[in-house]
Design a binder for this molecule. Structure first.
Ligand SMILES: Cc1ncc(COP(=O)(O)O)c(C=O)c1O
Length: 448
């Protein structure tokens, strides 16, 4: 197996020879993993074709023209380009309506707006996929105080753990529903957790069971990293409301900022009234000169998601061959972009993130260190040499500095870039141990 060739004997070979031989071995290992991934790549490309056609059909049905790219200023009233974009987006997401705005600060903001819109004082939020993503802890009120969290507004919270096999405990969910349960929250992607992502078919089963038991309950899906990975979206299978980020999948790697909420028209309206103000809702909010990129990003998104997914499959296969636990496995069917790799060591997590950073088009000369990031409790190390700050549809690799030191690999505007970065990661991990940052060589503040 080609990876054995990485075990060179450094003392007997000159350093330059070792480095070039390691690089050649890494290249051979990547080429072999690429060949082994051919069938999985083909199925990813098939989904990309299906989703590109879906997006194209929506553009055609809504007669998108250059006039829709003009944008508005000031109040942003009568912005027919924005209205057209939101109608196209809703159709693509299988939703009645959508709010697609550059004014959302992040996916967390879009999710918060969706939840604050759907929930009223006295209601209960029931999260059914275990602990929610780190940044939602403060939105819900599990961490922090005096910032107007859901709990501070009188919205109670309960959480149902995933089953041991990583699936939603449907019996526990339906058993937990009460007349106060207004929103059932499903987190589709794994977040910073070692658990499988929740596929569309499972989301459909949960939505059907919840609606059968409690028809008025809103099934909400945190759709971050999920868009265009499968052939249909959560609202196609019964979810009432979804939210996500435009610097992830649906921005196609070129949208500079923003997020979206999509779903039932009444719930999108309530979210819009939270984003702007009651009485204004979706009718206000200037788009300035950003509309062309929002349209173009949506058009590009299925293709870019496929490029990123192929990189994730390759990463899964290569890290597994190097002996690390990976999730998902290379040929597993996927519902999110994320590839988790359990490195088991803070030095290796830093080494991998630094290799990805060094292989980035922007800030390749920067050395990532672990630090505090707003919204996260643990210190986080992030490799993100991206054109759009923090964009994780662009190639990025990050993880909280906590056991078992998992690297979360995601994004990649081109498969070729992901492949090159993987060669660098293999070279970094197979370098003599001295070049891998040791935990004791990190400063105290760098450790969680
Ligand atoms: C599952 C999930 N939900 C929500 C978020 C928050 O998104 P953002 O970083 O855009 O606020 C993330 C971020 O990675 C995530 O993985």
């Amino acid at each position: 197996m080609e990876l054995d060739a990485l075990n060179l004997d450094p003392p007997r070979a000159p350093a330059a020879f070792v480095a070039s031989a390691q690089r050649a071995a890494a290249d051979a290992a990547v080429a072999s993993a690429e060949r082994a991934s051919a069938d999985t790549f083909r199925s990813i490309e098939g989904i990309a074709r299906h989703n590109t056609r879906k997006v194209l059909d929506a553009f055609k049905a809504h007669r998108v023209g250059e006039e829709h790219f003009a944008g508005t200023t000031g109040y942003g009233h009568d912005d027919f380009g924005r209205d057209c974009l939101e109608a196209v987006f809703a159709e693509v997401m299988g939703a009645e309506a959508a709010l697609v705005r550059g004014g959302f600060a992040s996916g967390t903001h879009a999710i918060a707006v969706a939840l604050f819109g759907a929930l009223s004082p006295g209601d209960e939020l029931l999260v059914v996929t275990g602990a929610p993503y780190d940044t939602l802890e403060e939105v819900i009120g599990l961490r922090g105080s005096r910032q107007g969290s859901l709990q501070e507004w009188g919205i109670t919270y309960r959480q149902i753990e995933l089953q041991a096999d990583g699936h939603i405990d449907l019996e526990a969910v339906t058993g937990a529903l009460s007349e106060r349960t207004r929103v059932v929250h499903i987190q589709r992607s794994r977040g910073y957790a070692w658990r499988p992502a929740i596929g569309i078919a499972e989301i459909g089963r949960v939505a059907a069971a919840v609606h059968q038991r409690a028809p008025g309950t809103v099934v909400f899906v945190d759709n971050c990293y999920g868009e265009f990975v499968e052939a249909v979206e959560p609202c196609d299978v019964g979810a009432d409301l979804v939210a996500g980020s435009l610097i992830k999948n649906p921005g196609g790697g070129i949208v500079p900022a923003g997020g979206y909420v999509a779903g039932r028209a009444d719930l999108v309206h309530r979210a819009a009234c939270r984003l702007t103000a009651p009485g204004i809702g979706a009718a206000g909010g200037a788009t300035l000169d950003g509309l062309r990129l929002l349209f173009q990003g949506l058009f590009m998104a299925p293709h870019i998601v496929a490029e990123a997914l192929k990189g994730a499959v390759l990463a899964s296969r290569l890290f597994r061959e190097l002996g690390y636990l990976v999730d998902p496995l290379p040929d597993d069917s996927r519902t999110d972009l994320i590839q988790a790799v359990q490195l088991g060591d803070p030095g290796k997590l830093l080494a991998v993130c630094r290799a990805v950073q060094a292989a980035s088009p922007v800030h390749s000369y920067v050395t990532p260190v672990a630090d505090r990031v707003p919204g996260y409790e643990s210190q986080v190390v992030m490799a993100a040499g991206t054109f759009v700050e923090g964009s994780t549809i662009e190639l990025s690799c990050d993880g909280p500095l906590r056991e078992p030191f998992i690297a979360y690999w995601q994004g990649g505007l081109s498969y070729a870039h992901g492949r090159i970065a993987l060669e660098e990661c293999i070279a970094a991990l197979s370098a003599p141990a001295a070049s891998i940052p040791e935990p004791e060589r990190l400063s105290g503040t760098q450790l969680a």
